[in-house]
Design a protein around this ligand. Structure first.
Ligand code: PMP
Length: 281
């Protein structure tokens, strides 16, 4: 496997991470996961825009511009002959003697490499279970930071409970999933938490909102309570890797009749069409 390390492609076995890389020691960096379908990265420009925004928000200046990185990622996909999968891209602040504060001139470290990612077909067809948990993360969830400690704690808790996702609740309202955005459908209207500092504004979320608009489906970016979540007609999650997955049970209670909803199927179909039209040249 070929890995992009700063400006050059290296073999996986040759890549070395310094023990004093701040990404490794402090989680001082940002990342993206981009889905590749039939060799074509989906919504690459949107992911790169978010990646550069996240870096800017924490004061890291990438060592190449967006266009240069885009070309490097396209050649990474080609060199690895990646057809269906994902690309993980990470930028850490760089290598320096371990202390909290840093020299602003430190050289950032970029890595990117293919990661396996298969469409979760079974989950999409059958729906999944979720648990709820308090959202105890920091207040800059809009930054796609390497610090995923609380997200992984709750995702692990969900897995140990036999569930697929943990739905986070702050001050009584549903914010998002540990690695997804959450939507509900009630009386024909789709609701999701507004973008802002309390959630990561998902690229899939943004694409879905565009699709709702073009289809004329009613939606509101409005916070809703955990009680409203539990009384929803349909619930689904969205992310780059899961795409659109129905949540059919929450904390052991069935959502609606406990089967994936028909509106969610229509939404998944619309998303699928969007993927297909991105592949066709
Ligand atoms: N929220 C969080 C916390 C996430 O980790 C993710 C996955 N990156 C998402 C939402 C969904 O974002 P996207 O659609 O860009 O994958």
């Amino acid at each position: 496997m070929k890995v992009l390390v700063n400006n050059e492609l290296q073999e996986r076995e040759e890549v070395r991470v310094d023990i004093e890389d701040r990404g490794y020691q402090f989680g001082d960096g940002v990342y993206e996961v981009i889905r590749v379908y039939e060799g074509v990265p989906y919504t690459l420009d949107e992911h790169l825009a978010r990646f550069y925004r996240s870096s800017q928000e924490i004061g890291i200046t990438p060592n190449m511009n967006i266009e240069e990185l885009k070309l490097k990622l396209l050649s990474l996909i080609e060199e690895n002959e990646l057809q269906d999968g994902g690309i993980y891209v990470q930028l850490s602040r760089g290598v320096a003697p371990r202390k909290h504060q840093y020299d602003v001139h430190i050289k950032p470290q970029l890595i990117a490499y293919p990661v396996p990612s298969k469409r979760p077909v079974k989950e999409q067809n059958e729906g999944v279970e979720a648990i709820t948990a308090d959202d105890l993360r920091w207040l800059r969830c809009d930054i796609k930071s390497l610090n995923l400690l609380y997200n992984i704690m709750i995702k692990q808790k969900a897995q140990e409970a036999g569930a697929f996702e943990g739905i986070l609740v702050r001050d009584g309202n549903v914010t998002e999933g540990t690695s997804s955005n959450i939507f509900i459908i009630k009386d024909g209207t789709i609701y999701t938490h507004p973008a802002g500092n309390l959630i990561l504004n998902g690229i899939t979320r943004t694409k879905l909102l565009e699709l709702f608009t073009s289809k004329g489906w009613a939606f509101k970016e409005l916070a809703f309570s955990k009680e409203t979540l539990l009384q929803a007609d349909e619930v689904f999650m969205s992310s780059t890797t899961a795409e659109v997955v129905s949540i059919t049970s929450i904390d052991g209670n069935p959502v609606g009749n406990g089967a994936p909803g028909t509106f969610t199927s229509d939404i998944r179909e619309a998303f699928q069409e969007s993927i297909e039209s991105s592949i066709v040249p």
